[in-house]
Design a protein around this ligand. Structure first.
Ligand SMILES: CC(C)(COP(=O)(O)OP(=O)(O)OC[C@H]1O[C@@H](n2cnc3c(N)ncnc32)[C@H](O)[C@@H]1OP(=O)(O)O)[C@@H](O)C(=O)NCCC(=O)NCCS
Length: 161
């Protein structure tokens, strides 16, 4: 509809990004700005904006964002990975999340990607329903794919073998 998605403009983006990430993450968000806005950024992003007349009580016109990275697999080749998708509560259910995800899909296809991958927590039923409504499927349920992780001491130990 009226929502336009576009690539990040560095300075303008910082406030909404910090706000969203503060809400979504209790810790670990302090490095986000330098990670995303340095010479070799670790992520890319898109923001959703509403026209001035629809701004929030606090005066925000940037009301949602998606973060993504490019990835690669020998099976599928190029892929795009969506890390964060966030829409401010008062703007949910209006097609903004769909527009943001559509933009990530469009950028992925334009870059020659064959898959859009992302994870969702099993208790996040509204988000799961949202993704299912967009035709996505659960790779854990269908092909037994599990997300694995190494972190903290285990990661350090792994690096020192
Ligand atoms: C998930 C989220 C991004 C969805 O954004 P949104 O703007 O509310 O979603 P949209 O309005 O674009 O919804 C688009 C479609 O999803 C469907 N949908 C949205 N929320 C839904 C829900 N709770 N249950 C079922 N369907 C839902 C809509 O019916 C619509 O389908 P249609 O266009 O085919 O009719 C948003 O709710 C959000 O920011 N949640 C909190 C953060 C979060 O949990 N992010 C995901 C982390 S994995």
């Amino acid at each position: 509809g009226n929502y336009c998605s576009r690539p990040f403009r560095k300075e303008k983006m910082k406030k909404i990004l910090l706000l969203g990430i503060k809400i979504l993450r209790n810790e670990g968000w302090l490095n986000t700005l330098q990670d995303g806005f340095s010479k070799n950024p670790f992520f890319h992003g898109i923001i959703a904006e509403v026209p001035e007349q629809h701004r929030t009580k606090e005066g925000h016109t940037k009301i949602g964002y998606a973060l993504y990275i490019y990835s690669y697999s020998s099976f599928v080749g190029r892929a795009i990975y969506m890390e964060d998708l966030y829409v401010m509560p008062e703007f949910r259910g209006k097609g903004v999340g769909k527009a943001l995800m559509s933009k990530v899909a469009e950028l992925g296809l334009a870059a020659g990607c064959h898959q859009l991958n992302f994870t969702v927590l099993n208790w996040n039923k509204p988000s799961m329903d949202f993704y299912l409504s967009q035709g996505c499927f659960d790779v854990t349920a269908t092909i037994g794919y599990h997300c694995m992780r190494s972190e903290g001491e285990t990661l350090k130990h792994l690096a020192q073998l």
